[in-house]
Design a protein. Structure first.
Length: 469
């Protein structure tokens, strides 16, 4: 049998390495026993290639990256043991075919060679997300060519699709492949946890472990985003890619163990492939769900949002800046500042705006700010033709800003804020996800303006917005 023959999830606490953890390993004995069992299973299936998936290598907002040197190595120098080193050969043909296939499927894949690593100022070394589980494979004599994949901050659907592409490339090249996802669960289980305590962290881990054990993959995709954020995890994206590599495969296995004595959840799971399923895979369901959702959004778009979208699409297709409609609705005929936000798969893709009117009317303001959000936001690559059907838009029309004496006059759900000091100014819109206090709102606006957080000699202004979707 070729293709993906085994998929696994392993945690990566450096303390799991005997030379580092010493006696403290006793506190995660269940994890060590399980990861040794995982290593023995991989040895038994005897793969040709191991695809590792780590959250701690070079991570990009818009791409999956793969370290691509002929010889790959890493050590535990960051944890006081640079003498503990592991080295591997790159599975070059598989890496090349994987990158080509992913890019054809509109998932940008960045191969990082030594020159690229120098340019981007990233390390060309295997990180501890790879090294910790591979240490135990090395312990049982497994040393195979690897493909060191690093997660991207893409949508979970895109990451799942990338996993499916791993599966398809493995089948096409007739290679026996093990997919080894590295990731810890919540980092907020106890009051002394590294990321602080959150009472919802335990709930996140319990749900995820249950879904992994029963392979209720669809339920993982439906987990509440706020719950995920509160967990402070680093394993959901790697395991999503691992699950994609199992799409429509018949597997045996589940969770071998789970524990969290240091405030971080460690889960070990293995899935051995028996064959293929005939039923519709989750990937097909996810694609249909996405298309249905986008169709519903398009059908409910306001005229203001349609104008923003049309301006971007027309410019991409014909390099022309559209004119406003001949007969303007009253709200478009007036003048006001406006921000246009563009999202892709729920993630910000661009946002540009004006705090006050700069054009003859609001229609022109929206047209030019939409183009700015799509092509001039320095945080993102310009929008391209391949993705325009996946983009969603929102337009915030600003009311007149008013000066306020203190932070007590702010309400981040109702008011946006402008922070000024001299010629520096930072603006933050209201009702943004994750910003639930005026203090946090002002701090972010200060950072945007380049004003020190501790600076108190500032001018505050608040404003309301009318949000169109």
């Amino acid at each position: 049998m070729t293709g993906v023959v085994l998929a696994a999830l392993a945690p990566h606490p450096p303390i799991l390495i005997p030379e580092i953890g010493g006696k403290e390993i006793e506190q995660i004995a269940k994890t060590q026993i399980s990861i040794r069992k995982l290593a023995e299973e991989i040895k038994e299936v005897d793969p040709d290639i191991i695809v590792t998936i780590s959250p701690h290598g070079p991570v990009f907002s818009d791409a999956v990256s793969i370290l691509s040197a002929e010889n790959l190595s890493g050590d535990f120098g960051d944890f006081g043991r640079e003498d503990v080193e592991l080295s591997y050969k790159l599975a070059e043909k598989f890496t090349s075919e994987l990158a080509i296939a992913a890019n054809k499927n509109k998932i940008t894949t960045a191969r990082i060679d030594k020159a690229t690593a120098r340019k981007l100022e990233v390390k060309m070394e295997l990180d501890h997300g790879v090294l910790v589980p591979m240490y135990y494979l090395n312990e049982v004599g497994v040393n195979k060519p690897i493909v060191p994949v690093n997660i991207g901050m893409l949508s979970y659907e895109e990451l799942y699709t990338f996993g499916k592409i791993i599966q398809l490339v493995a089948e096409r090249l007739e290679s026996k492949v093990t997919v080894l996802a590295s990731g810890d669960l919540s980092h907020r289980l106890t009051t002394n946890a590294p990321a602080g305590y959150d009472p919802k962290a335990k709930d996140f881990d319990e749900r995820l472990v249950h879904y992994l054990n029963t392979l209720e993959v669809e339920n993982i995709f439906e987990m509440d985003n706020q719950l995920i954020q509160r967990a402070g995890e680093c394993g959901l994206r790697p395991l999503t890619m691992m699950l994609g590599a199992m799409d429509r495969l018949d597997v045996d296995g589940g969770v071998l163990s789970y524990e969290g004595p240091f405030g971080v959840g460690y889960a070990v799971a293995t899935y051995r492939v028996k064959g293929k399923k005939e039923e519709v895979g989750l990937l097909d369901k996810l694609h249909k769900r996405k298309q249905d959702r986008l169709s519903q959004i398009r059908s409910n778009e306001s005229e203001i949002v349609k104008l923003a979208r049309k301006s971007v699409e027309e410019y991409i297709k014909n390099r022309e800046v559209i004119d406003p409609p001949a007969q303007l609705e009253p709200q478009l005929a007036g003048r006001a500042g406006a921000f246009v936000s563009i999202k892709k798969n729920g993630n910000l893709r661009g946002c540009i705006g004006t705090t006050q009117a700069t054009k003859a009317n609001l229609a022109y303001e929206i047209i030019y700010n939409a183009l700015g959000a799509a092509f001039e936001d320095p945080r993102f690559e310009p929008v391209n033709l391949n993705e325009i059907d996946e983009l969603t838009y929102a337009v915030d029309v600003l009311g007149e800003a008013e000066s306020i004496e203190s932070i007590e006059k702010l309400n981040p759900k109702k008011y946006g804020v402008i922070v000024r000091r001299g010629e520096r100014a930072g603006l933050l819109l209201p009702d943004l996800e994750g910003i639930d206090t005026a203090k946090k709102q002002v701090e972010i606006a200060k950072r945007k303006a380049g004003i020190p957080i501790e600076e108190e000699d500032i001018e505050l202004m608040r404003f309301t917005v009318t949000r169109y979707k």
